[in-house]
Ligand binder design. Sequence first.
Ligand SMILES: Nc1nc2c(ncn2[C@@H]2O[C@H](COP(=O)(O)OP(=O)(O)OP(=O)(O)O)[C@@H](O)[C@H]2O)c(=O)[nH]1
Ligand SMILES: [Mg+2]
Length: 196
Amino acid sequence: MSIPEIKVTLLGDVGVGKTSLLHRFIKDDFLSDPSSSLTIDIGRKDIQCNSKKVCFVFQDTKGFESIGSYIPTSLFRSAECVIFVYDLSDLDSLETLQSWKKKLDNFVETYVSILVGNKLDLIGERFKGDLLDRAIRTTNSKQSFQVSAKSGVGCEDILQFLVETFHKRGCDTLTQSVNLNIPNTTQPIKVCCSLS
Ligand SMILES: Nc1nc2c(ncn2[C@@H]2O[C@H](COP(=O)(O)OP(=O)(O)OP(=O)(O)O)[C@@H](O)[C@H]2O)c(=O)[nH]1
Ligand SMILES: [Mg+2]
Protein backbone atom coordinates (compact mmCIF):
# COMPACT_ATOMS: atom_id res chain seq x y z
CA MET A 1 0.00 0.00 0.00
CA SER A 2 1.49 3.38 -0.91
CA ILE A 3 1.70 5.91 1.90
CA PRO A 4 0.34 9.41 1.20
CA GLU A 5 3.13 11.96 1.00
CA ILE A 6 2.95 15.47 2.44
CA LYS A 7 5.51 17.87 0.99
CA VAL A 8 7.00 20.21 3.59
CA THR A 9 9.27 23.00 2.30
CA LEU A 10 11.75 24.80 4.58
CA LEU A 11 12.23 28.46 3.68
CA GLY A 12 14.28 31.22 5.22
CA ASP A 13 17.46 33.23 4.99
CA VAL A 14 20.96 31.86 4.57
CA GLY A 15 22.30 30.24 7.74
CA VAL A 16 19.10 30.19 9.83
CA GLY A 17 19.45 26.43 10.18
CA LYS A 18 17.14 24.85 7.57
CA THR A 19 19.52 22.01 6.75
CA SER A 20 20.24 21.44 10.43
CA LEU A 21 16.52 21.27 11.17
CA LEU A 22 15.91 18.84 8.31
CA HIS A 23 18.69 16.65 9.66
CA ARG A 24 17.25 16.84 13.17
CA PHE A 25 13.79 15.83 11.88
CA ILE A 26 15.12 12.88 9.91
CA LYS A 27 18.06 11.62 11.96
CA ASP A 28 17.39 13.19 15.35
CA ASP A 29 20.95 14.44 15.36
CA PHE A 30 22.87 17.71 14.92
CA LEU A 31 25.01 18.13 11.84
CA SER A 32 28.43 19.38 12.93
CA ASP A 33 29.17 20.73 9.46
CA PRO A 34 26.02 21.27 7.38
CA SER A 35 27.98 22.44 4.34
CA SER A 36 29.47 18.97 4.05
CA SER A 37 26.00 17.48 3.63
CA LEU A 38 24.67 19.31 0.64
CA THR A 39 23.34 16.03 -0.71
CA ILE A 40 20.56 16.25 1.87
CA ASP A 41 18.05 18.31 -0.01
CA ILE A 42 15.09 16.04 0.52
CA GLY A 43 14.44 13.95 3.59
CA ARG A 44 11.57 11.51 3.96
CA LYS A 45 10.08 10.42 7.20
CA ASP A 46 7.23 8.00 7.74
CA ILE A 47 5.32 8.68 10.91
CA GLN A 48 2.68 6.48 12.36
CA CYS A 49 -0.19 7.99 14.31
CA ASN A 50 -2.88 5.78 15.76
CA SER A 51 -3.84 3.47 12.92
CA LYS A 52 -2.59 5.80 10.18
CA LYS A 53 0.73 6.18 8.50
CA VAL A 54 1.84 9.30 6.69
CA CYS A 55 5.07 10.20 4.92
CA PHE A 56 6.48 13.71 5.27
CA VAL A 57 8.86 14.78 2.52
CA PHE A 58 11.00 17.66 3.79
CA GLN A 59 12.40 19.85 1.02
CA ASP A 60 15.43 21.98 1.85
CA THR A 61 16.06 25.06 -0.26
CA LYS A 62 19.82 24.80 0.39
CA GLY A 63 21.96 27.53 -1.12
CA PHE A 64 19.22 29.30 -3.09
CA GLU A 65 17.96 31.37 -0.24
CA SER A 66 18.72 35.00 -0.97
CA ILE A 67 15.58 36.80 -1.96
CA GLY A 68 15.71 37.43 -5.66
CA SER A 69 18.03 34.55 -6.45
CA TYR A 70 16.89 31.50 -8.36
CA ILE A 71 14.96 28.87 -6.45
CA PRO A 72 13.61 25.76 -8.16
CA THR A 73 9.91 26.61 -8.41
CA SER A 74 8.99 22.94 -7.98
CA LEU A 75 9.95 23.37 -4.33
CA PHE A 76 7.32 26.09 -4.05
CA ARG A 77 4.61 24.60 -6.23
CA SER A 78 4.55 21.26 -4.51
CA ALA A 79 4.49 22.65 -0.96
CA GLU A 80 1.54 21.60 1.16
CA CYS A 81 3.20 22.85 4.29
CA VAL A 82 5.85 25.57 4.58
CA ILE A 83 8.15 25.96 7.54
CA PHE A 84 9.27 29.61 7.66
CA VAL A 85 12.57 29.48 9.54
CA TYR A 86 14.32 32.40 11.21
CA ASP A 87 17.31 32.65 13.52
CA LEU A 88 16.44 33.71 17.07
CA SER A 89 19.89 35.25 17.43
CA ASP A 90 19.43 37.35 14.26
CA LEU A 91 15.98 38.90 14.11
CA ASP A 92 16.57 40.45 10.68
CA SER A 93 15.89 36.93 9.43
CA LEU A 94 12.42 37.17 10.99
CA GLU A 95 11.63 40.41 9.20
CA THR A 96 12.54 39.05 5.75
CA LEU A 97 10.06 36.19 6.06
CA GLN A 98 7.32 38.47 4.78
CA SER A 99 9.17 38.70 1.46
CA TRP A 100 9.50 34.92 1.36
CA LYS A 101 5.77 34.57 1.88
CA LYS A 102 4.99 37.00 -0.96
CA LYS A 103 7.32 35.17 -3.28
CA LEU A 104 5.82 31.83 -2.38
CA ASP A 105 2.27 33.08 -2.91
CA ASN A 106 3.07 33.60 -6.61
CA PHE A 107 3.37 29.85 -6.98
CA VAL A 108 1.09 28.14 -4.52
CA GLU A 109 -2.33 29.09 -3.18
CA THR A 110 -3.12 26.68 -0.40
CA TYR A 111 -0.64 25.50 2.16
CA VAL A 112 -0.24 25.29 5.90
CA SER A 113 2.35 27.72 7.32
CA ILE A 114 4.43 27.24 10.44
CA LEU A 115 6.83 29.79 11.91
CA VAL A 116 9.99 28.37 13.46
CA GLY A 117 12.61 30.34 15.38
CA ASN A 118 15.81 28.26 15.47
CA LYS A 119 18.95 28.43 17.68
CA LEU A 120 17.05 28.77 20.93
CA ASP A 121 20.19 27.49 22.65
CA LEU A 122 21.93 30.78 21.76
CA ILE A 123 19.40 33.07 23.40
CA GLY A 124 18.38 30.92 26.35
CA GLU A 125 14.78 31.96 26.78
CA ARG A 126 11.80 32.14 24.43
CA PHE A 127 11.31 35.40 22.61
CA LYS A 128 8.02 37.34 22.66
CA GLY A 129 6.74 40.65 21.40
CA ASP A 130 5.13 42.64 18.60
CA LEU A 131 7.74 41.65 16.06
CA LEU A 132 6.89 38.01 16.57
CA ASP A 133 3.12 38.62 16.56
CA ARG A 134 3.46 40.53 13.31
CA ALA A 135 5.53 37.77 11.71
CA ILE A 136 2.93 35.18 12.71
CA ARG A 137 0.29 37.31 10.99
CA THR A 138 2.26 38.14 7.86
CA THR A 139 3.27 34.52 7.29
CA ASN A 140 -0.27 33.42 8.18
CA SER A 141 1.24 30.79 10.45
CA LYS A 142 -1.01 28.33 12.22
CA GLN A 143 1.60 27.77 14.88
CA SER A 144 4.82 29.36 16.10
CA PHE A 145 7.70 27.31 17.54
CA GLN A 146 11.04 28.22 19.06
CA VAL A 147 13.51 25.40 18.86
CA SER A 148 17.13 24.39 18.67
CA ALA A 149 18.29 22.06 15.92
CA LYS A 150 21.47 21.79 17.96
CA SER A 151 20.03 20.54 21.25
CA GLY A 152 16.85 19.17 19.70
CA VAL A 153 14.64 21.20 22.07
CA GLY A 154 11.19 21.78 20.57
CA CYS A 155 11.85 19.91 17.30
CA GLU A 156 9.63 16.99 18.25
CA ASP A 157 6.77 19.46 18.80
CA ILE A 158 6.98 20.45 15.14
CA LEU A 159 6.69 16.83 14.04
CA GLN A 160 3.81 16.39 16.46
CA PHE A 161 2.03 19.38 14.95
CA LEU A 162 2.54 18.02 11.41
CA VAL A 163 1.14 14.67 12.41
CA GLU A 164 -1.89 16.21 14.08
CA THR A 165 -2.52 18.47 11.08
CA PHE A 166 -2.06 15.90 8.34
CA HIS A 167 -2.72 12.45 9.80
CA LYS A 168 -6.24 12.29 8.36
CA ARG A 169 -4.56 12.00 4.97
CA GLY A 170 -2.59 8.94 6.10
CA CYS A 171 -3.40 5.43 5.02
CA ASP A 172 -4.72 2.82 7.42
CA THR A 173 -2.30 0.28 8.80
CA LEU A 174 -2.86 -2.75 10.96
CA THR A 175 -0.09 -1.90 13.40
CA GLN A 176 -0.45 -1.04 17.03
CA SER A 177 -1.89 2.31 18.09
CA VAL A 178 0.32 5.00 19.56
CA ASN A 179 -0.54 7.79 21.96
CA LEU A 180 0.65 11.16 20.70
CA ASN A 181 -0.08 12.86 24.00
CA ILE A 182 2.86 11.23 25.73
CA PRO A 183 5.52 13.98 26.06
CA ASN A 184 8.53 11.79 25.28
CA THR A 185 7.71 10.94 21.70
CA THR A 186 10.78 8.86 21.00
CA GLN A 187 8.74 5.71 21.43
CA PRO A 188 5.18 6.77 20.54
CA ILE A 189 6.03 8.24 17.16
CA LYS A 190 7.26 5.30 15.19
CA VAL A 191 9.73 6.47 12.66
CA CYS A 192 11.24 4.79 9.71
CA CYS A 193 13.16 7.18 7.63
CA SER A 194 15.38 7.37 4.64
CA LEU A 195 17.31 10.08 2.91
CA SER A 196 17.15 10.39 -0.82
N1 LIG B 1 23.89 27.25 18.04
C1 LIG B 1 23.17 26.74 17.04
N2 LIG B 1 23.68 26.72 15.80
C2 LIG B 1 22.91 26.19 14.81
C3 LIG B 1 21.61 25.67 15.05
N3 LIG B 1 21.11 25.24 13.87
C4 LIG B 1 22.07 25.47 12.95
N4 LIG B 1 23.15 26.04 13.52
C5 LIG B 1 24.39 26.48 12.85
O1 LIG B 1 24.07 27.55 11.97
C6 LIG B 1 24.84 27.46 10.78
C7 LIG B 1 23.91 27.40 9.58
O2 LIG B 1 23.16 26.19 9.65
P1 LIG B 1 22.54 25.54 8.35
O3 LIG B 1 21.73 24.38 8.78
O4 LIG B 1 23.59 25.30 7.32
O5 LIG B 1 21.61 26.72 7.85
P2 LIG B 1 20.86 26.84 6.47
O6 LIG B 1 19.65 27.66 6.69
O7 LIG B 1 20.63 25.49 5.89
O8 LIG B 1 21.95 27.64 5.63
P3 LIG B 1 22.04 27.79 4.03
O9 LIG B 1 21.76 26.45 3.38
O10 LIG B 1 23.44 28.27 3.79
O11 LIG B 1 21.04 28.82 3.66
C8 LIG B 1 25.73 26.21 10.94
O12 LIG B 1 26.97 26.61 11.44
C9 LIG B 1 24.99 25.39 11.98
O13 LIG B 1 25.84 24.52 12.70
C10 LIG B 1 21.10 25.71 16.39
O14 LIG B 1 19.99 25.29 16.71
N5 LIG B 1 21.93 26.27 17.33
MG1 LIG C 1 21.23 24.66 4.08
